[in-house]
Ligand binder design. Structure first.
Ligand SMILES: C[S@@+](CC[C@H](N)C(=O)[O-])C[C@H]1O[C@@H](n2cnc3c(N)ncnc32)[C@H](O)[C@@H]1O
Length: 374
């Protein structure tokens, strides 16, 4: 197989960012829909996209799409797909599923039908009379039905791409690594500019900034389910890892600071940065946000402060936002980016945002308030 169609799944609101990352990797035929970016590419895109995409949730190989209003249609159309191109005779192939606004709403029935249909196809193609042993490589099939259109894909990532492999500790409300990378990519920060996160918690934003700053592939420290797929071949994985090593710019100096009021979080952040292989590249400080100071005239500040969602916390958090806003008045040339669900943020912070963008942090509806520096 030379060409495949890949799906990079994306959190709501991040599709355009994922699409631009896919294009930056050199793949041009890209289509963007809710929650997913689909593109045609050579097989080598599977290792490359898994290693490089910073804002996508996972990579899937599209096997086929068709209309399915009856179980019969689902069975026959699934069976007509070339599963043997992907799954060997001994492959293990569990099926997961989801159904939204569709006639076939019973997910467990859809999963069972797909399982049976794929098994029949493979048995026919491999000339197996009894049952398939499923003792070999792992291929997780997904049946996703949306408005009666079925999409069948195989997951090529394994754990979600946010699992970079560096998070050995975390606080109460860690940001997903993919969202942290997205927050940075939504700024104009360049690696030669100062960068600060005064609410760094376990350090996700500064660590992602350092990885971006030195052009380090975010998946460099982890494994992927498709690494064992024979039809990709280990040489494509080796090439992709070599390419990532060649493109990393470990000599790029960085000026990145992460600070937090809680010294325990600073220790966790330091450990995570070590695990990410960043050593002392990020400066970590225990400090209150209102004590922010810099001798640099211009810089970028990206923060994910507490939102004050718990009853009783709101007043305290708003006072903290206010004090922080006062301090940032002394740095009019810094660009400030804050993610919070607090709808009064601009009033409390004391400045109207240059731009706002709606983003979900997990299930929490937030705004990304962007204050461009002079
Ligand atoms: C939502 S968490 C940040 C999570 C972080 N982005 C991560 O991925 O781990 C908010 C952080 O703000 C810190 N914080 C609360 N009040 C603060 C203040 N006044 N100054 C600085 N940090 C504060 C908390 O200790 C907490 O770690």
């Amino acid at each position: 197989m030379e060409q495949v169609t890949l799906i990079a799944t994306a959190a709501m609101g991040l599709e355009a960012l994922v699409a631009s990352e896919v294009k930056d990797l050199g793949y041009r035929e890209v289509s963007v829909e809710n929650g997913r970016v689909t593109f045609k590419a050579s097989v080598s895109a599977i290792p490359r996209c898994n290693l490089w995409l910073r804002t996508a949730d996972r990579i899937k190989v599209l096997v086929g799409e068709f209309e399915a209003k009856t179980f019969d249609q689902l069975f026959e159309n699934t069976k007509a797909l070339p599963w043997e191109d992907f799954i060997p005779e001994d492959g293990e192939f569990p099926v997961i599923g989801k159904s939204v606004k569709s006639t076939l709403y019973s997910v467990s029935d859809c999963q069972a039908i797909v399982k049976k249909s794929v098994a029949e196809r493979l048995k026919q193609k491999y000339g197996v009379a009894s049952w398939l042993e499923e003792t070999g490589t792992f291929f997780r099939i997904e049946i996703a039905i949306h408005k009666d259109r079925a999409t069948l894909s195989i997951d090529a990532s394994g754990s979600g791409l946010h699992k970079r492999g560096y998070r050995i500790g975390q606080g109460d409300a860690p940001l997903k690594e993919t969202l942290a990378a997205a927050l940075i990519k939504l700024t104009n920060w360049k690696p030669d500019r100062p960068f600060a996160d005064p609410f760094c918690g376990s350090g996700t934003i500064p660590i992602e900034a350092a990885l971006i700053g030195q052009n380090i592939a975010p998946g460099f420290n982890r494994e992927f389910s498709s690494e064992d797929w024979r039809w990709i071949g280990s040489s494509l994985w080796e090439n992709a890892r070599e390419e990532a090593e060649d493109l990393a710019n470990y000599d790029q100096p960085l000026n990145i600071t992460g600070s937090d009021i809680d010294h325990r979080m600073i220790n966790i952040a330091k450990d995570n940065a070590m695990e990410a292989g960043l050593g002392d590249l990020v400066t970590w400080k225990q400090m209150q946000a209102k004590d922010f100071h810099s001798n640099q005239e211009k810089g970028y500040l990206v923060g994910n402060p507490p939102y004050g969602e718990r009853i009783g916390d709101k007043k305290e958090v708003e006072k903290m936002y206010k004090d922080f806003g006062e301090v940032m008045k002394r740095y009019p040339s810094w660009s400030v980016y804050i993610l919070t669900s607090n709808e009064q943020f601009e009033q409390v912070y004391g400045k109207k945002a240059s731009k706002k963008r709606k983003l979900f942090n997990g299930f929490i509806k937030t705004d990304y308030y962007q204050f461009f520096g002079k």
